[in-house]
Design a binder for this molecule. Structure first.
Ligand SMILES: [Zn+2]
Length: 397
């Protein structure tokens, strides 16, 4: 088989995978053929090949329109598992996931930002082997390992370059390091792209072709979906919504620029502002926490009605809403998803961002856009990273 034939075959398999991911109820051979514009015979060959590799399975029969009832095909639920890990600012969320996106095991690890990244990865590798053991999954049943990490990344070479808030994680050759210790398919993807894919395949963006995911957490990032594909840009770093100036007189950001959305409105910025107010003697329920104050404490206090925390979050929502209005005008998405810990925990915040954004966008654009809160919380990066492994496995089979 020459290169061109192999490429076409791999595209056809990817097409089948996409359709099955978007159709958890399964599809018949005829539906798959219609969707991919292939003949019934060609789809039949692809399906038997994928079934033999235990990537898809027959799962019941569909209603007949005359004649024999056709088989329904789904992603295989019983053989392969995917291990995924989402690297956050001091947390590693490890998941064991089925090919249909069911979470079978979850383990949350924490680390200090000063820790050596490779030691943190060693911790993750130990967790990988212990989860496999506790779930009684053999090594050859793991299809691959998906990693979600804050950008910027060099996805092609599997390197975490220099995420502004993940200090110390500079030029971490994560894919190579993991592959030497877990010799399987290893895939690296930016966190906001993973969350976008998770919502597209399993969540509220399933019926959307053009969407924008904005993650408001310790940092602020975004993932862009264009015609059903994540848009990555010329050097794979598209979506850095957090690092554009929103305040001409703003502070210097970790990225080196001034007045970025991230330094004005992210979770880290909110915590920094809260600490300044606490030290000035502002009355608040978080006054006693001081040095250990983090985003979780601010969000918990806001949920209890703390005025200072609520006003800092409202302030942040205005910056995010204004930036979002600009991006909606520019991209014209049908759906904007607001995720990350702040939206996840405080529904009010999503409402504030939405209100600001809708009051500032073009009326023509406003008519076509919906702004919604993400369906998935802290497992969304890991679920998205698992779909990256799945796509690569289908391509390579
Ligand atoms: Zn910046």
């Amino acid at each position: 088989m020459d290169l061109q034939q192999r490429t076409v075959k791999s595209m056809n398999r990817e097409n089948v995978l996409n359709y099955l991911l978007l159709s958890p109820q399964g599809r018949t051979q005829q539906e798959l053929a219609q969707h991919s514009l292939l003949t019934i015979a060609s789809i039949g060959n692809i399906l038997s090949e994928l079934q033999e590799k235990k990537l898809i399975e027959k799962s019941g029969l569909a209603l007949s329109s005359g004649g024999r009832k056709p088989s329904i095909y789904k992603l295989d639920q019983s053989h392969y598992r995917i291990f995924s890990v989402s690297i956050g600012y001091g947390t590693l969320t490890c998941l064991l996931v089925s090919l249909q996106g069911n979470v079978l095991a979850k383990d949350l690890l924490t680390f200090d930002l000063e820790d050596d990244p490779y030691q943190v990865l060693d911790h993750m590798i130990t967790t990988f082997y212990s989860i496999c053991e506790s779930q009684m999954v053999s090594f050859d049943q793991i299809l691959g390992v998906g990693i979600s990490a804050p950008g910027p990344l060099d996805e092609e070479h599997g390197i975490i370059l220099n995420p502004p808030n993940l200090t110390g994680w500079i030029n971490v050759k994560i894919t190579q390091y993991l592959h030497e210790r877990i010799p399987l398919l290893i895939q690296l993807e930016k966190d906001a792209n993973c969350t976008m894919m998770c919502e597209y395949y399993y969540g509220i963006a399933r019926n959307s072709m053009n969407a924008l995911y904005v993650m408001v957490d310790a940092g602020i990032g975004s993932g862009i979906l264009v015609e059903g594909e994540v848009y990555k840009g010329a050097t794979q770093v598209a979506g850095e919504i957090g690092h554009g100036t929103i305040d001409l007189n703003g502070l210097k950001c970790n990225c080196g620029n001034y007045g970025c959305l991230e330094v004005m409105a992210s979770g880290n910025a909110i915590v920094r502002k809260a600490l300044t107010e606490v030290r000035k003697g502002c009355p608040t329920t978080i006054a006693h926490i001081d040095n250990n104050l983090g985003l979780e404490e601010v969000l918990d206090a806001a949920l209890q009605g703390d005025d200072l925390c609520l006003s800092l979050l409202q302030d942040s929502s205005r910056y995010v809403g204004i930036k979002l209005a600009d991006k909606i005008n520019f991209l014209n998405p049908e759906l904007v998803i607001l995720g990350g810990r702040i939206n996840d925990k405080l529904e009010q915040y999503t409402g504030w961002v939405k209100e600001t954004a809708l009051s500032r966008i073009f009326q023509e654009t406003a008519r076509g856009v919906q702004i919604k809160r993400a369906k998935f919380g802290d497992i969304s990066e890991g679920l998205g990273a698992a779909t990256v492994v799945l796509k690569e496995a289908f391509k390579q089979q």
